[in-house]
Design a protein around this ligand. Structure first.
Ligand code: UD1
Ligand code: CA
Length: 490
């Protein structure tokens, strides 16, 4: 698309979205990695507009705060009372009195719109030298939408809101998607002439088309390639429908680039995620935020990854990860929980019922079962026995533990930070280690064991344990006596 044109983008986002029944403004509801507003801004991004204006009203502070996070170049403009889409655009243009060229207006609640479709609309509009061009679509059910009314020659005559339409007009299935391109000078002029003579007493942006046409200006219709792109969102049922449609679009996109998605209906991938070739995503898996899944990695089933990087050939099974990095060919799960800044090096293993936070697990190191690893550095090829706890928190501060390369931590051990276990050192199972263990040493804090003979018979008579121990003792006596008898019988 030629970049020598001047363009302004206006997004209408002041409405409340009553039917969402939410304290969150409608345009801030999330949909696979972006808000509704975020999707609309992303669809307009390739236009490389000089100015982007977002009309805010309901929940203005929330919408402004969100904009400053996702599109700081966009200028919010307050529409205090929602007096109609025409009024909203008028206010937006008042905020940018100097702009020239094309103004692209988008409803803030059309999240499936593709950038290619917006670009094609603008190209058609500019190519034809039209005063105004509307994006239209043929839909199976036009209920509630503005209808495109054409004259006998098939040219746009006007756009009529459903509540203002005649029965014949209501029967039309060609609808206004709420996406438009205008020549700014002629748009400003027409906006000044809008009336509120309609069922809602509002200034309708759509009336600009009839006004321009009546003035002999060229107005045009551009048809969307797929009506699904033009679907708006009015309540949470529709939002869920849009989410399913976007899920399918995203999953199909990845499958066509060489990713296997075993059950696309239960795989939800945010639009912000990257998945490399030959990765396999098993069923019931969510990939969210800035997650990256490397080539040939296996993820799922039953896995959620948020802002997490999975290296090539790694395996993540039935696990939950947030802000973690998993190295190439590492193995995670089943039932692991990786928290922010969990960093697993190549071929590391974090196994069943293991939680890792802000820790490095070295190359080839293993934490196979039932452990908590917090604020630690674990060297390459170290082995952390089952039920090892990195005791990192003293109630006030967090402390660091270092386990050297090739160290071996016996099962059911507490490593009480700050503490260091040297390279190649061993820690005996069941120890509570609060002092450094030098490289190659054995750290052990176990109390010596005593076995008190006959304790069960004396203290727990009549229990299953007492009966079992009696049987075992008898069997032991028979075995020694019986062996002698057998010899005698030879
Ligand atoms: C509008 C169109 C309709 C089209 C439909 C597509 C008009 C008059 N009608 O109808 O032809 O088929 O969109 O979805 O434009 N908004 C403001 N300020 C206002 C009013 C609305 O910012 O004063 C914003 C809303 O937040 C929303 C967008 O404009 O993002 C559309 O408003 P909405 O009330 O949903 O218009 P519809 O009645 O759906
Ligand atoms: Ca609407």
């Amino acid at each position: 698309m030629p970049q020598n044109r001047l363009r302004t983008v206006v997004v209408l986002a002041a409405g409340e979205g009553k039917r969402m029944k939410s304290s969150l403004p409608k345009v801030l509801h999330p949909l696979l990695g972006r808000t509704l507003l975020g999707h609309v801004l992303a669809a307009a991004a390739p236009l490389a507009a000089d100015r982007t204006v977002v009309v805010v009203g309901h929940g203005a502070d929330q919408v402004r705060a969100h904009l400053s996070e996702i599109a700081s170049e966009a200028a919010p403009v307050l529409q205090e009372r929602q007096l109609g889409t025409g009024h909203a655009v008028r206010i937006a243009l008042d905020a940018v009195p100097d702009v020239l060229g094309t103004v692209v207006v988008l409803n803030g609640d059309v999240p499936l719109l593709r950038p290619e479709t917006v670009a094609a609309l603008v190209e058609a509009h500019e190519g034809a030298g039209a005063a105004a061009t509307v994006l239209a679509a043929q839909v199976p059910d036009p209920t509630g939408l503005g209808r495109i009314v054409r004259d006998a020659e098939g040219r746009l005559e006007q756009i009529v809101e459903e509540r203002d339409a005649t029965p014949e007009q209501r029967a039309l299935r060609e609808i206004n998607a709420g996406i438009y391109a205008f020549d700014v000078a002629r748009l400003r002029d027409a906006l000044g002439k809008l009336s509120t003579d309609n069922d809602q007493g509002e200034e309708y942006l759509t009336d600009v088309f009839g006004l321009l046409r009546d003035a002999g200006e060229p107005v045009a219709v551009h048809c969307a390639p797929d009506h699904v792109e033009t679907l708006g969102c009015n309540d949470r049922v529709e939002l869920a429908g849009l989410r399913r449609l976007l899920r399918d679009r995203v999953n199909e996109g990845w499958m066509r680039t060489g990713v296997s998605i075993l059950d696309p209906h239960t795989t939800w991938i945010d639009v912000t995620v990257t998945v490399e070739r030959d990765a396999v995503i098993d069923q019931n898996t969510q990939l969210q935020g800035a997650t990256v899944v490397g080539e040939g990695a296996l993820v799922g089933p039953d896995t959620t990854l948020i802002d997490t990087t999975i290296g090539a050939g790694a395996r993540v099974l039935r696990s939950h990860a947030v802000g973690a990095q998993v190295g190439a060919q590492a193995s995670v799960g089943p039932f692991a929980y990786l928290r922010p800044a969990a960093r697993l090096a190549e071929k590391a293993k974090v196994g069943t019922f293991v939680e890792v936070k802000n820790s490095e697990v070295g190359a080839g190191a293993k934490v196979p079962h039932l452990s908590y690893v917090g604020d630690a550095t674990i060297g390459a090829k170290a082995n952390i026995g089952a039920a090892t706890i990195f005791v990192n928190y003293d109630g006030v501060n967090k402390h660091h533990t270092t386990v050297g390369e090739g160290a071996f931590i016996g099962c059911d051990t507490s490593l009480i930070a700050p503490v260091e276990v040297g390279a190649g050192a061993y820690v005996a199972a069941g120890s509570a280690i609060s002092q450094d263990v030098p490289p190659g040493a054995l750290g052990v804090t176990r109390a010596p064991q005593r076995s008190i003979d006959g304790w069960v018979a004396r203290k727990r008579p009549g229990t299953v344990s007492a009966e079992a121990s009696e049987r075992a003792q008898r069997a032991g006596e028979d075995a020694s006596g019986g062996a002698g008898a057998a010899r005698e019988g030879d």
